[in-house]
Design a protein around this ligand. Structure first.
Ligand SMILES: Nc1ncnc2c1ncn2[C@@H]1O[C@H](COP(=O)(O)OP(=O)(O)O)[C@@H](O)[C@H]1O
Ligand SMILES: O=C(OP(=O)(O)O)[C@H](O)COP(=O)(O)O
Length: 401
């Protein structure tokens, strides 16, 4: 399987004085005042950066934040600089752009062991298009490439894939290596029954994953924004809940496939609904079949928590990506919190529990349960695609060991 490719390691690279382009995933959640609400991904990037610093490299960090359409101030990486500097124990410099003459000048000024953070690489639409010219411009800044952005390894973008074609060596960072080692091992031959819990709001990118998951898992639990597309496909009223209209047929097919394959697919039987998308919204618990017009589902309800928990009690391996509700609002956090507690409890009983994804990990951190899980992965979509057996473009692009 391509994802099992063994990639060249950073520890073999000659680094002294070299300009190293390091793709990291610093896509962390920020609140309305640009405060980092969970720094897991920054902390996870530190070992590779410190290793590069201590080996005399000139470190150029590149990341995306969110899904901006063009240059958007609220998606700037600037708010991350103080925390990154604190964790690295040096003053990280920040560029206003990620390519161009000003950036080249700043790169030329990086001392050995110094670190420059480039501005959000997704401010250029060429990034997500994996534009070869853009990749070349990024590559021209450096001598070698390190990909440590496991969370973005499932994207074939210029900074995660294209750039590797122009820089030799192109190697995996320590986080990338650690994630691959753990996840490939845990999911290639999982202890059964094997369950996946999928929620969150990236419905269009994750609903497709479900099809392949049905080949791998015994139990599939759905929550979060994912469920309303399934409800609507079954003819239920969903009010103003999140729905992907063009995925209704797929949702119907998936329900049929699960049945045919004998996979137990669980949808919540009740939901917590809100009259607006806000922390102070009015809320009530209703059966999944009774969401009135003008109301939206923002969490799973107590009956669902109970039945999900009972089902999870029968498992030996669980992978969870995507919160059960809008956990950032206290009123709609109970479902996510209950699942986090359940998984922590199961880990203590010998079940392998893997939590993936920026927001899912943030929720588990918020609950103080991160150290109670078997593995906290910095990638949600990436860990699911790895589980599907799909090649990860960001890994495939690296040099073979
Ligand atoms: N019912 C829902 N409606 C809208 N958004 C939701 C709902 N349930 C969860 N979410 C949102 O999903 C987001 C996380 O989704 P996603 O990015 O797919 O997860 P992860 O980052 O863990 O991979 C959270 O910000 C959460 O508020
Ligand atoms: O947050 C991320 O993915 P995740 O929510 O699946 O964990 C990664 O930074 C990738 O972001 P993207 O899904 O906008 O490409």
């Amino acid at each position: 399987m391509a994802t099992k490719k063994s990639v060249s390691s950073l520890s073999e690279a000659d680094l002294k004085g070299k300009r190293v382009f390091v793709r990291v995933d610093l896509n962390v959640p920020l609140d309305d005042s640009f405060k980092i609400t969970d720094d897991t991904r920054i902390r996870a990037a530190v070992p590779t950066i410190k290793y590069l610093m201590s080996n005399g490299a000139r470190v150029i960090l590149s990341s995306h934040l969110g899904r901006p359409k063009g240059v958007t101030a609220k998606f700037s990486l600037k708010p991350l600089v103080p925390r990154l500097s604190e964790l690295l124990g040096l003053e990280v410099k920040m560029a206003d752009d990620c390519i161009g003459p000003d950036v080249e000048k700043l790169v030329a000024e990086i001392p050995e062991g110094g670190v420059l953070l480039l501005e959000n690489v997704r401010f250029y639409k060429e990034e997500e298009k994996n534009d070869p010219e853009f990749a070349k411009k990024l590559a021209s800044l450096a001598d070698l490439y390190v990909n440590d952005a496991f969370g973005t390894a499932h994207r074939a973008h210029a900074s995660t894939e294209g750039v590797a074609k122009h820089l030799k060596p192109s190697v995996a960072g320590f986080l990338m290596q650690k994630e691959l080692d753990y996840l490939v091992g845990a999911v290639s031959n999982p202890k059964k029954p094997f369950a996946a819990i999928v929620g969150g709001s990236k419905v269009s990118s994750k609903i497709g994953v479900i099809e392949s998951l049905l080949e791998k898992v015994d139990i599939l639990v759905l929550g979060g924004g994912m469920i309303f597309t399934f409800y609507k496909a079954q003819g239920l009223a969903v009010g103003s809940s999140l729905v992907e209209e063009d995925k209704l047929d797929l949702a119907t097919t998936l329900l049929e496939k699960a049945k045919a394959k004998g996979v137990s697919l669980l949808l919540p039987s009740d939901v917590v609904i809100a009259d607006k998308f806000a922390p102070d919204a009015n809320s009530k618990i209703v059966p999944a079949s009774c969401i009135p017009d003008g109301w939206m589902g923002l969490d799973i309800g107590p009956d669902s928590i109970k039945s999900f928990s009972e089902t999870l009690d029968t498992t030996k391996t669980v992978i969870w990506n995507g919160p059960m509700g809008v956990f950032e609002f206290e009123k709609f956090a109970a479902g996510t919190l209950a699942i986090a507690k359940k998984l922590a409890d199961l880990t203590g009983k010998g079940v392998t529990t893997i939590i993936g994804g920026g927001d899912s990990v943030a929720a588990v951190e918020q609950a103080g349960l991160a150290d109670k899980m078997s593995h906290i992965s910095t990638g949600g979509g990436a860990s699911l695609e790895l589980l599907e057996g799909k090649p990860l473009p960001g890994v495939l692009a690296l040099d073979e060991a």
